[in-house]
Design a protein around this ligand. Structure first.
Ligand code: NAD
Ligand code: UGA
Length: 473
């Protein structure tokens, strides 16, 4: 029986930080060191303002930091001291070369693996925590085994992470399941058990699933693809609802009451964002193409196509409704993060929408409770390095300290992120209406507000998946 006393996590990001902080919190007898090559990020983890916003994270970190939880840039030392190493580095979509725009860029996984191979002085269990294409563990094994000796042995496990941002701590404390894949050899299964034992400090045994390595790797991509597919399905239906008078909330509710379908992930929206859904589906598409399965590739690709369509459809609807022009009009955007309760903006629908508004020469006033001003300006200026769009962005964009400030003198309000503070029982929409140009338009991309209540106030309300045809004969 292998007992783990010392864990290293390579990558102090949205996954490595919270995941390993929770392990330290639940296993006070295990020393957990989270390392990163980014010194600014590590300094923030060691400060009072953690580098990511996540409800409940502060409590977990502050309780264990410098007791059995450490953040460091000394990658080599942490590797050497560890019995078990999580590789939790980023795996973005490749920007150039073969598979650009689809395949996962595995350069960070490879460099972390090579580092382990280079500096390890004793046997290690190496755990793939990052989301990776199926059979990546094979490449990691080849690198590690090329450096193994009689005394140093490496076991590789796949332990994908299923947390969602905004609920990460809750997801980690009470996961639906923990998945651990291993080679089905005696050593592989022993390592699998050692990791399972760590989780079983707080996760019930029946929630710890063990599989072979490749099933584990593929299950992660599959789960994200299926979740995103549900959103694209309901968003496709939202377009039909708008054209017919059906109400997408009612349709989703009626479908979700079927226990075979379930009610979650059926909320129509302006399109899914976040660092992973698009990236992981494109990764699955690329994998299918590489396996010479073009029909499978195009099936999954359609989920991303529908998501892009939903964002463009929303923008077109806004322009059409505002009398076919938004040039020089002021648009107040409520929310910039890709979902509520996070400051993360990666692939946020807000970025696509606002870039389109700027292209139309509109003035855009943005308010988000958690996203930094500089992050907003950087995201909107990012043109893939092709041209410097920053001056144009600064000319058209105003970043505000409240929803009221953003909506002052605006022609239209657009709800992009479903922050609770934008709900109509929290925000004084009467005050917002009073400050706006008339007619005052409101576009709700999140099904957050009560349309009849706002219509009564005088707003021209436009909600995704709903139309004024609803309720008509
Ligand atoms: P992130 O970009 O927030 O963090 C990754 C960190 O790894 C960065 O701080 C980077 O500096 C560091 N890093 C890269 N190479 C390194 C190296 N060689 N040595 C040391 N540090 C290195 O990424 P993330 O959001 O935490 O995602 C990590 C992985 O987890 C990805 O594969 C992602 O798909 C997956 N995932 C993410 C989420 C999520 O909610 N963000 C959820 C589940 C799975
Ligand atoms: C998602 C998955 O939910 C996690 O299980 C997974 O671990 C993670 O990706 C990952 O691999 O990174 P996350 O992207 O953090 O988590 O957040 P989600 O709650 O899944 O939301 C993703 C996007 O879909 C958001 O923009 C959200 O607003 C949108 N969404 C979600 C909808 O539009 N409708 C819904 O019904 C649900």
């Amino acid at each position: 029986m292998t007992i783990i006393k010392n864990i290293c996590c390579i990558g102090a990001g949205y996954v490595g930080g919270p995941t390993c902080a929770v392990i330290a919190y639940k296993c006070p007898d295990i020393k957990v060191t989270i390392v990163d090559v980014n010194p600014t990020r590590i300094a923030a983890w060691n400060s009072n303002k953690l580098p990511i916003y996540e409800p409940g994270l502060d409590k977990v970190v502050f309780e264990r930091r410098n007791k059995n939880l450490f953040f460091s840039t000394n990658v080599d030392e942490a590797i050497q001291q560890a019995d078990l190493i999580f590789v939790s580095v980023n795996t973005p979509t490749k920007k150039s070369g073969i598979g650009a725009g689809r395949a996962a860029d595995l350069a960070y996984v490879e460099s972390a693996t090579r580092r382990i191979a280079q500096v390890a002085k004793s046997s290690k269990i190496v755990v793939e925590k990052s989301t990776v294409p199926c059979r990546t563990a094979q490449s990691m094994r080849t690198i590690l085994e090329a450096n193994a000796t009689k005394e140093i042995h490496f076991d590789i496990l796949s332990n994908p992470e299923f947390l969602a941002e905004g609920t990460a701590i809750q997801d980690l404390l009470t996961p639906d399941r923990v998945l651990i894949g291993a080679l089905q050899t005696p050593e592989g299964m022993k390592a699998q058990q050692a990791l399972a034992d760590i989780y079983m400090h707080w996760v019930p045994k029946d929630k710890v699933i063990t599989t072979n390595l490749w099933s584990s790797e593929l299950s992660k991509l599959a789960a994200n693809a299926m979740l995103a597919q549900r959103i694209s399905s309901v968003n496709a239906l939202s377009a039909i609802c708008e054209a017919t008078g059906a109400d997408v909330d009612e349709v989703a509710y009626a479908c979700g009451r079927d226990s075979r379908l379930g009610s979650k992930f059926l909320k129509a929206s302006v399109g899914f964002g976040g660092s992973c859904f698009q990236k992981d589906i494109l990764n699955l598409v690329y994998l299918s193409e590489e396996l010479n399965l073009p029909e499978v590739a195009s099936y999954w690709h359609q989920v991303v196509v529908m998501n892009e369509y939903q964002k463009k459809r929303f923008v077109r609807n806004i322009i059409r409704t505002l009398f076919n022009t938004i040039t020089n009009k002021k648009i107040a955007v409520f929310g910039f993060a890709f979902k509520k309760d996070t400051g993360d903006t990666r692939e946020s629908a807000a970025i696509t929408l606002i870039k389109d508004f700027i292209q139309e020469q509109a003035h855009v006033a943005i308010y988000d409770p958690k996203v930094d001003d500089e992050q907003i300006l950087m995201d909107l200026s990012d043109s893939g390095g092709v041209v410097d769009t920053r001056p144009q962005v600064e000319k058209h964009v105003q970043i505000c300290r409240s929803a009221y400030e953003a909506a002052q003198d605006a022609d239209c309000v657009v709800i992009v992120t479903e922050w609770d503070e934008f709900r109509d029982d929290r925000l004084d929409y009467g005050k917002i209406y009073a400050g706006m140009h008339k007619p005052a338009f409101l576009f709700d991309g999140r099904l957050l507000v009560n349309e009849s209540k706002l219509r009564k106030m005088g707003f021209k309300v436009n909600i995704i998946g709903k139309t004024e045809l609803a309720g008509t004969a």
